[in-house]
Unconditional design. Structure first.
Length: 484
């Protein structure tokens, strides 16, 4: 076990603390398993039984995938509470990684929708636990004034994208050549490797990662457990009563997230613990919350509509060999790896002359709409879409992402009232969760026969939202009260 000072003075991993290698590895393997599984999940749900699938309607498949995406980000918020009040980040991350591995094993070994249900719940809850806590623990490796800090996060971010790149390549190849369950099994093996290397390197993490910042008083624990049990009972009852089904799961999830978001905004805005300036800043976040939700509702369709499109409309032939469907999921991470550093350098060089955050949000949302409009030239065509066109579209996806996603969390922390730091970060995650769930709900309306209307309407709406955000950006900046 290492003290915080020993860790912060360590330079054994490319000039960074050795603990970064541990967190880099666990996050890389978690993303390997996460994106590897997600790359083949939709087609597993709707492929026919003789193709190794579960023969679900496409609308049901995309509903499940969308709801799952929303639950991942919801669980990030719950896991943050567990880390802050009960277990600490280090133990929360460990148990989350175990849960992710169990989920992938369930998908690989348990047949039918039962395996899907067990697997996706475990991966969603565990993935959310790793996502927030691994990032928080990277921060504990450095002092606030350590010049290596940004470089450390850059290395960590690289690990995320390496995993996201390689995972779909291997699981997709296994699925196409052998079967779905081998693909899910490879995802489980990847997470197991990440878990083993994490356990072996836990001693390189600082004491701070093991502490519980705000311990839950023992007297309050029964109430917390009761709330958790009540939630599970309500969910089970809703499923047994037929109110929640696989077909409407994404819509129900989106509705719950939307209500939770409104309640959280109301709690923060009505609090007597925030100042007038802080209240104005929270109000300024509302239009950007909407823009973020719109952006993610289109972006996350990489795993719903774009997967179906790649399966049925894309020419995946490469030198006489057919590329696996899931390989399309690896195109985005390639562009992120190539362009993230470029964007960071451009913003740094521009300094105070760079676009304001509302303009970046506007650009990201509008560009996401443009990406959907780029599907229109081949919409409804009887010929297959060239792979190069989809690569171009996914390049626009990535440029849009780099305008909005990296600044979203930063913005939520800058606008947060002193008394509601964590809740403002939760609101950003809720916008991502809402968009992810909506990506499944919207996909219900996609079909090859109505491609033009689908991509045209959604793309047009996103462009209009982006233009509205740009038009009202002076008002938003005024509410931001000095925050850029």
């Amino acid at each position: 076990m290492s003290t915080s000072n020993e860790v912060q003075q360590d330079t054994r991993f490319f000039g960074h603390p050795r603990g970064l290698a541990n967190l880099f590895g666990v996050e890389m393997w978690e993303r390997f398993s996460f994106y590897g599984m997600q790359g083949i999940l939709a087609i597993y749900l709707y492929y026919k039984v003789d193709q190794g699938g579960l023969a679900q309607p496409e609308a049901t498949a995309t509903s499940i995938v969308g709801a799952y995406g929303g639950l991942v980000y919801l669980s990030t918020i719950v896991a943050a509470w567990v880390a802050d009040r009960v277990l600490g980040s280090e133990r929360t991350l460990f148990f989350s990684a175990v849960l992710v591995m169990i989920g992938h094993l369930a998908l690989a070994l348990v047949p039918g929708l039962l395996g899907v249900g067990i697997g996706l719940v475990c991966v969603a809850v565990g993935g959310g636990g790793i996502k927030g806590n691994a990032t928080a623990m990277v921060g504990t490796l450095y002092r606030a004034d350590d010049s290596r800090r940004d470089g450390g996060f850059t290395l960590f971010y690289m690990g995320i994208n390496i995993g996201a790149l390689v995972g779909p390549l291997l699981t997709g190849l296994a699925q196409q050549e052998v079967g779905f369950h081998l693909g899910f099994g490879i995802a489980a093996v990847g997470m197991a490797i990440g878990l083993v290397q994490y356990v072996l390197g836990r001693r390189n993490l600082p004491d701070e990662a093991r502490t519980v910042p705000n311990p839950l008083p023992r007297a309050h624990r029964p109430a917390a457990i009761g709330v958790g049990v009540l939630f599970v009972v309500v969910v089970v009852a809703a499923v047994l009563a037929g109110w929640v089904t696989a077909a409407n799961l994404a819509t129900v999830t989106a509705a719950v997230i939307a209500v939770a978001s409104v309640i959280l905004f109301a709690v923060v805005l009505s609090s007597k613990r925030i100042t007038k300036v802080e209240r104005r800043r929270v109000l300024s976040f509302i239009p950007m919350f909407v823009a973020s939700a719109v952006f993610w509702s289109l972006y996350q369709q990489q795993f719903t509509v774009v997967t179906i499109y790649a399966d049925k409309r894309l020419d995946r032939g490469l030198f006489g060999w057919t590329m696996p469907v899931s390989w399309v999921s690896s195109i985005g991470p390639v562009f992120v790896i190539l362009l993230a550093g470029v964007f960071a350098a451009v913003w740094t060089r521009l300094g105070d002359r760079q676009p304001s955050t509302p303009i970046k949000f506007a650009a990201g949302t509008a560009l996401m709409g443009v990406a959907f409009l780029l599907f229109l030239p081949t919409a409804g065509s009887s010929t297959q879409t060239p792979l190069l066109l989809l690569v171009l579209i996914l390049l626009v996806f990535t440029i849009a992402e780099l305008n909005l996603s990296p600044v979203g969390l930063s913005l939520s922390t800058k606008l947060a009232p002193r008394a509601f730091q964590t809740q403002m970060v939760a609101l950003f995650f809720l916008s991502v969760a809402l968009g992810s769930a909506l990506s499944g709900s919207l996909a219900e309306y996609y079909s090859a026969e109505h491609e033009g209307a689908y991509f045209g309407v959604l793309g047009g709406i996103a462009v209009v939202v982006g233009l509205i955000i740009a038009a009202i950006s002076p008002w938003i900046r005024k509410l931001m009260s000095g925050v850029r």
